[in-house]
Design a protein around this ligand. Structure first.
Ligand SMILES: NC(=O)c1ccc[n+]([C@@H]2O[C@H](COP(=O)([O-])OP(=O)(O)OC[C@H]3O[C@@H](n4cnc5c(N)ncnc54)[C@H](OP(=O)(O)O)[C@@H]3O)[C@@H](O)[C@H]2O)c1
Length: 243
């Protein structure tokens, strides 16, 4: 069984990778990262099953070159990459309409939605046509339109809603490729990572998960999902989230 994990240097991505490496069933794990990470490099020194690949998911050149670096078939593909804020460009989640700007909205759509589908476009020839095929992208409950009572965070909410729609559409196509396939979006719960750190102040401590806890929960949820549940959005505890 082979797995590809994108966003492997991120808080939840790295925690997932550590847990996956503890499972003997994975004969090879491809870990995609953008910025070099000492933690990833240390893991790769210890684990011959782990292959690190530096890929900027926003680069068409990187995506075109990727399949040539992989041996299929891939049985699981998990993408944890995501963007909520970026201090380098003063990007913050918007609290009101007047805070919206085009560049930040576009950046959110690119990283949170478009890159996920273009990665899967690049990987499609390598996806398992028989046997297990599980494809999961990390989304967020705030992408649910039905669940939106607080407002705010326009760009992040909309880009995650777009991701949910894109992955739902892909799930239908993947069912034709492999009738056993499962293709879903997952919500990790509020987790203590760089992404959530500036917004944790009002989160009760019991509702702020460690990356290791979120990773374990999400992998258990994905493991348990069956083809009957493909195309949907699930939370860390297995609850189905409304669109
Ligand atoms: N933490 C939470 O509370 C929470 C809640 C709900 C949903 N989520 C979702 O869970 C996922 C994981 O989040 P996290 O908390 O682990 O955040 P994180 O630590 O900030 O990790 C995000 C990852 O995305 C990667 N990334 C961003 N743009 C990329 C690109 N163009 N190419 C390649 N990699 C790129 C980052 O790589 P670099 O470090 O190299 O930029 C990083 O590894 C995200 O999709 C997030 O929206 C998180």
């Amino acid at each position: 069984m082979q797995l590809l994990l994108a966003g492997a240097s991120g808080g939840i991505g790295l925690a997932m990778l550590r847990q996956l490496l503890g499972e003997a069933r994975w004969t090879r794990i491809y870990a995609l990262y953008r910025r070099p990470s000492q933690a990833l490099e240390a893991l790769a020194r210890e684990e011959t099953r782990l292959q690190l690949l530096q890929v900027d998911l926003s680069s068409d050149g990187d995506l075109e070159a990727l399949p040539g670096k992989l041996d299929g078939p891939l049985n699981w593909v998990i993408n944890t990459s995501g963007l909520l804020h970026d201090s380098d460009r003063d990007m913050q989640p918007e609290k009101s309409l007047q805070q919206l700007n085009r560049d930040d909205l576009m950046a959110g759509y690119e990283v949170n939605a478009i890159n996920h589908l273009l990665l899967l476009k690049a990987l499609e020839p390598l996806l398992a046509k028989r046997d297990t095929l599980k494809v999961a992208s990390l989304s967020a409950r705030v992408g649910s339109i039905g669940d939106n009572r607080l407002g705010g965070w326009y760009g992040y909410r909309a880009s995650k809603a777009a991701l949910n729609q894109l992955m739902h559409t892909l799930a239908i196509e993947l069912t034709r490729l492999n009738r056993q396939s499962v293709c879903v979006t997952l919500h990790p719960g509020t987790t203590d990572t760089e992404l959530s750190r500036p917004y944790q102040a009002r989160v009760p401590s019991q509702k702020l998960f460690s990356p290791a806890f979120a990773a374990r929960q999400l992998l258990e949820v994905l493991e348990a999902l069956t083809p009957a549940e493909t195309g949907r959005h699930f939370a860390w505890d297995g609850e189905a989230i409304p669109w």
